[in-house]
Write a protein that binds this ligand. Structure first.
Ligand SMILES: [Zn+2]
Length: 263
């Protein structure tokens, strides 16, 4: 399962969530060959002005009296599912931002699922929400998750330090180093374990998207890290002991394939 092109941006602040979504759109549509988004190419400018033809923002339609309707309708989603099948106009990608994704009812989410399960290669989906729980688990599991807290830094210093030492060991490529680093994480609660997993997923994503320098991990391993983070997060949701997660973090990087079993 390819997971890199669909995102859920969850933030209590809708404005910040939307800013992040446009940043993802800019990265996807920017035509620079090195660091993206460059912020200066035509595509970047068009995204900023919200006039890029390969960028669509889906939001509640206007109802009677000019007030927005209560939900994002299934018809709106069906329309983008259909439209997404058509190749991009200007760039290599097509970006769909769904504002207030929590207002998609079950039918609309099921329709969106079709696009999340088998997206055309050029499709980038970004669901912005302030209520992650309102999204179907099947929708959540198919997206990379970006959680923005109302504070600027979403992660504790300890989490950042843990990530740093784990990645350092991974970059060395030595099994015993990785084992020691995983044990040294000393993950105790489910919450801090989940935070760590989220952090390493974002860390790897940032490098894959050229937002951060690679300390020698390589793209294959980085992609594997995102899968490991997803798999371990699924275990956490099933209340697996954090000690067991540390064990997985020690061995999974050396497995050829990260199997995504249903838990
Ligand atoms: Zn650009």
């Amino acid at each position: 399962m390819q997971q890199t092109n669909s995102y859920i941006v969850s933030s209590p602040d809708a404005g910040k969530g939307l800013d992040k979504a446009f940043e993802i759109a800019q990265i996807a549509l920017c035509t620079a060959t090195s660091e993206r988004p460059c912020g200066v190419c035509r595509a970047c400018k068009k995204v900023r002005q919200r006039i890029h033809p390969d960028l669509s923002v889906i939001e509640r339609e206007e109802g009677q009296g000019g007030k927005p309707k209560q939900n994002i309708s299934v018809d709106q989603i069906r329309e983008i599912v259909h439209e997404a099948g058509i190749v991009p106009i200007e760039g290599q990608k097509k970006v769909y931002i769904i504002k207030e994704a929590q207002l998609m009812n079950t039918a609309a989410q099921s329709a969106a699922l079709k696009l999340l399960e088998e997206p055309p290669e050029w499709v980038v989906m970004v669901l912005v929400t302030d209520n992650l729980d309102a999204l179907l688990p099947t929708v959540r599991s198919r997206c990379n998750r970006i959680n923005l807290n109302s504070e600027n830094s979403a992660f504790s210093e300890q989490t950042e330090k843990r990530c740093e030492s784990y990645m350092k060991a991974l970059a060395m490529g030595d099994r015993s180093e990785v084992f020691c680093a995983a044990m040294d994480l000393k993950l105790k609660t489910l919450a801090e374990t989940e935070e760590f997993l989220q952090y390493i997923r974002e860390y790897a994503n940032d490098i894959l998207c050229y937002r951060r320098k690679d300390p020698g991990l390589g793209r294959e391993l980085l992609f594997k890290i995102t899968l490991i983070a997803d798999r371990c997060t699924a275990y956490i949701k099933a209340n697996v002991n954090p000690n067991h997660i540390a064990g997985l973090l020690a061995v999974l990087p050396f497995e050829d394939r990260i199997i995504e079993d249903d838990i």
